[in-house]
Design a protein around this ligand. Sequence first.
Ligand code: HEC
Ligand code: HEC
Length: 298
Amino acid sequence: MRAISTRLFMLTLIATFADHAIADPLPTAPTQYPGGELGEMVKLGEDIIMHTNTHPLTRDLVGSKLTCSSCHIDGGKAQTMGNFLGTASTFPAYFDREKTVQTLQDRIANCFMRSLNGKRPIIDSKASIAMTAYVTWLSEGQPIKLNTSMLSPPDKTLVAMMKGTAHANYVSGGKIYAERCSACHGGNGEGTEIAPPLWGSDSYNTGAGMSKPVKTASWVKQNMPKGDANLSNQEAVDVSLFVDAQPRPAFDLQAHLLPKEQMGYYNAALVDEKTNARSNLKALGLDIDAIRGDRLIP
Ligand code: HEC
Ligand code: HEC
């Protein structure tokens, strides 16, 4: 009996270590660019991802003061949530939102409409191919694992905590914001020379992943405050609730598509989607007026 339970204990130990081994450590970004024209495209893609809102090939498609690298830190090379280290090896992938199998180019184009509050670039335009080449380069050597997005596994603990939030969490989030975020992101979330805006007209819109407080909390926990990401789960939840309960551009999908004759093929069964800060909180069972303690959000 004793021998059996010791064996069971050993097996459990081994299983526990094996579990840890399953969460593969993230690969490091390659440093060697491909040669020739392909290398030039990868470098162009990197430049666009670092300077999306000012780059001549994309600035007219961006409706915010953000770059891809505002959220995909170091252009997706940082080993935190938002990294691109293996992203390309998960495509093509089926997306519930668009109800189609999407390519990496589709996915990148969709980020323009939502996270950058802009317009969807034309698929196979130079900018679209360059960004895709860059993100694919960051998966060099990674095995193909279709349909396994590495970026956004919903953190169940944070989801549960977010669903249980109330006005007191919002108040605490406001204090955390003032103490830990405002020096870089501005007293009113408007952004500064050092950091991009977190809300208001120059920020991401309510169709963006970052506008869903659960995703914000998971991301903030790993990435912010920049250089010192040490918030507790509760602090990450409270400050993300606070940020995503502020006013920001409402999302109306139709308004972010180029006119039909310019757009090219749009690979999505989704043609209508309207969200705002109120509906994003409602999706978690939260009432924005009760959370904020006022009626300022339309
Ligand atoms: C405001 C923050 C933000 C900005 C700006 C942003 N993204 Fe994202 N991106 C996210 C978040 C959050 C996710 C994952 C959550 C979701 O939306 O499902 C994501 C997902 C992705 C994915 C899917 C990766 C995966 O593993 O699932 C790709 C590819 C991507 N972004 C590319 C880009 C590109 C290229 C740009 C610039 C054109 C960009 N993003 C701009 C926040 C942002
Ligand atoms: C030391 C300056 C600094 C502090 C403090 C800081 N950030 Fe940031 N934050 C940045 C920078 C810079 C970026 C853009 C990414 C980059 O350049 O690496 C960013 C990006 C972001 C983004 C995604 C892009 C956007 O603007 O929407 C969010 C969300 C964010 N920070 C939230 C927070 C929160 C919440 C706090 C406080 C808990 C915080 N940050 C504290 C510097 C800072």
